[in-house]
Design a protein around this ligand. Structure first.
Ligand code: GDP
Length: 304
């Protein structure tokens, strides 16, 4: 996909700069090479454990395939990265769980500034274009400007929104939204939330209260809880993810800002350490800068 390809440009160059430097000095696949490769992978945000595991498996694979020149070795690396990603995922798919007939509720969680509101704006348009009736709920009532920002997206996308004043109870917003969504036969309800990790107990209670309001109307709701992570924050994103997994039932990841200077390896670290599927990736600020995540396209994209 072209936008995927273009969007990944900076991430690719920061990842490939490192690998290219390694391959520029390539002489033979000796132990020095593997040690440098391991360092490179760690620097690329794949995470320490994953870097060690990947390097170990590459050592075996390179021997097995008798790969000698740098192109052959690169190919082994690409294939191995895809295999490892798929392996960690146990063959699950990364589709958004939508109800065939009735209302699907998609809740977004994540800290401030990671791109929740923007991603909702992009996805709402995507679904609207598919002919779905979309409603947004501005349940990030905490951050100044969040409600207004979601409202701008609603207008831009031509979809409806339920909002209250800043400081309102987020669960009250969700309540109103789910009532309206059911009464007026909406297909998809997106819920924007405030992600204040500073107070874990408050956040947990707030999310639990929203969920309670939802399940009272629709026992399976929310059908998705998408944790949004900013790829440029590297290992920080992983730490946020671990905390959010503790406070709520996350069903998938949206990884934003892959058009920036993300190091690219973060995808493998997320998969390996969190066991959550990356479902969508953000590749810019525009409404069309969202792509369904495809692991092999992504890894091949990095090595282009
Ligand atoms: P929220 O606080 O989690 O709702 O984050 P926002 O949606 O307000 O996004 C914070 C900033 O990141 C905004 O300036 C967005 O335009 C920007 N942003 C969001 N997603 C992306 C992305 O995929 N790429 C880039 N370059 N910027 C993004």
């Amino acid at each position: 996909e072209e936008k995927y390809d273009k969007g990944l440009k900076k991430t690719r160059s920061s990842f490939m700069d490192k690998l290219n430097r390694l391959f520029a000095n390539f002489r033979s696949v000796d132990e020095d090479f593997f040690e440098d490769l391991e360092d490179t992978l760690i620097e690329s945000d794949v995470g320490f454990d994953m870097a060690v595991k990947l390097t170990d498996e590459l050592r075996d694979e390179v021997k097995l395939q008798n790969a000698k020149d740098s192109e052959a070795v690169k190919n082994v690396i690409v294939k191995k990265m895809i295999d490892i990603y798929d392996e960690a995922g146990n063959g699950e798919n990364n589709n958004i769980n939508l109800v065939n007939d009735g209302l699907s509720v998609i809740m977004f969680v994540g800290v401030n500034g990671v791109g929740k509101t923007t991603t909702i704006g992009k996805m709402a348009k995507l679904y609207k274009n598919q002919g779905k009736k979309v409603l947004l709920a501005a349940a990030d009532t905490f951050r100044a400007g969040a409600i207004q920002q979601l409202n701008v997206w609603a207008q831009r996308d031509g979809v409806d929104i339920v909002k209250k004043e800043e400081g309102s109870d987020p669960a009250a917003v969700v309540y109103e939204a789910v009532q309206k969504a059911q009464k007026d036969n909406y297909d998809v309800l997106f819920v924007d939330t405030a992600g204040r990790l500073q107070n874990k107990v408050n956040l947990m209670n707030e999310l639990a209260k929203m969920k309670k309001v939802l399940t009272r109307e629709i026992p399976e709701a929310p059908h998705e809880v998408l944790l949004t992570l900013d790829a440029t924050t590297g290992q920080n994103a992983l730490n946020q993810a671990k905390l959010f997994k503790e406070v709520t039932n996350v069903t998938g990841i949206v990884l934003t800002k892959l058009d920036g200077t993300a190091k690219g390896g973060i995808i493998l670290a997320i998969r390996n350490e969190l066991h959550l599927p990356v479902k969508y990736v953000g590749l810019g600020e525009k409404v069309t800068d969202l792509s369904k995540f495809n692991p092999s396209e992504y890894v091949y994209g990095l090595f282009k």
